[in-house]
Design a protein around this ligand. Structure first.
Ligand SMILES: Nc1nc2c(c(=O)[nH]1)N[C@H]1C(S)=C(S)[C@@H](COP(=O)(O)O)O[C@H]1N2
Ligand SMILES: [Mo]
Length: 261
């Protein structure tokens, strides 16, 4: 015998429906808020990383930053190019940000030479004329500072990969990291070799078709469009290659070591 069960679904009145939705939204809101607060408390109470190459961040946060970096590094290959713009769009008045390591009054650009540390104490000195003799590459792109400003800028110089090849540094650049410092050593950055060798990374000596001014990093500065401004070292004094992450000024102050875009 077949039993017919008729399901009677009680129709809710409009008011009941509204109450029910209000209840659901409020409980979701408070549950999510509570979870967010809990997460924040957890992060805030978790231990700070030991100061070293990076410093000043909570351990789980640093772990997350490092994981994110690995994810994006695999996701965007070096064939991924940063967006470029027509020359007319480049800023005429280029913003000057900070001057750590480039504020000594007695710096003489005429006696400057780039020091390339090749390991085992070997150093090669390279003059600005030798660098300018290499093919010139330009880039017009949106320069981004972590402090929250960006500007379309026009830079020119030698492609870092051309520089490496020309000066016989290909084997050195197979090491995973490249470090750069100002001549006085007060500002310094570390980069993964991939970012340094990225096709849009240049050692720049011109801005808006003119020699770079001292405040923008003359005689030679780094332009690495796949990174935030902090990695774009002004006034390069030395370049070195390494198997460990080189010291990095802002990473020591708690910023993401990779600061990629
Ligand atoms: N030597 C040196 N390079 C530096 C800095 C600095 O303080 N000293 N500041 C960095 C930061 S935070 C930014 S945003 C850019 C700014 O470059 P600009 O002053 O040419 O705009 O330079 C980077 N390179
Ligand atoms: Mo910056």
């Amino acid at each position: 015998m077949e039993k017919k069960v008729k399901k009677v679904k009680k129709e809710l009145t409009v008011d009941q429906k509204i109450n029910r939705r209000n209840f659901i939204s409020f409980s979701t809101f408070f549950a999510a808020g509570g979870a967010a607060y809990g997460g924040w408390r957890w992060l805030y109470k978790s231990p700070e990383e030991t100061s070293g190459i990076t410093a000043g961040a909570r351990k789980p946060l640093r772990r997350a930053l490092n994981k994110t970096e690995l994810f994006f590094r695999n996701f965007f290959s070096n064939n991924h190019l940063v967006k470029t713009y027509p020359k007319e769009m480049a800023a005429k008045k280029v913003r000057v940000n900070s001057d750590i390591g480039i504020d000594d009054k007695d710096f003489d650009p005429a006696s400057w030479a780039l020091a390339v540390r090749k390991g085992n104490g070997q150093v090669t000195k390279i003059s600005i004329d030798e660098i300018k003799a290499l093919p010139k590459t330009e880039i017009i792109y949106d320069f981004k500072c972590v402090e929250g400003w960006d500007q379309i800028q026009h830079w020119a110089g030698v492609k870092f990969s051309d520089f490496i090849e020309h000066f016989g540094l290909t084997d050195h650049a197979k090491m995973p990291y490249i470090g750069m410092e100002t001549p006085n050593g007060e500002y310094y950055i570390g980069l993964e070799a991939e970012s340094a060798l990225h096709p849009q990374t240049i050692l720049a000596y011109e801005m808006n078709d003119q020699p770079i001014s001292l405040e923008h990093g003359a005689p030679l500065r780094l332009i690495v469009p796949v990174k935030y401004g902090i990695k774009n070292l002004k006034r390069i004094g030395t370049i070195s290659f390494s198997n460990q992450r080189p010291k990095d000024y802002w990473a020591e102050q708690g910023y993401d070591y990779y600061s990629g875009l």
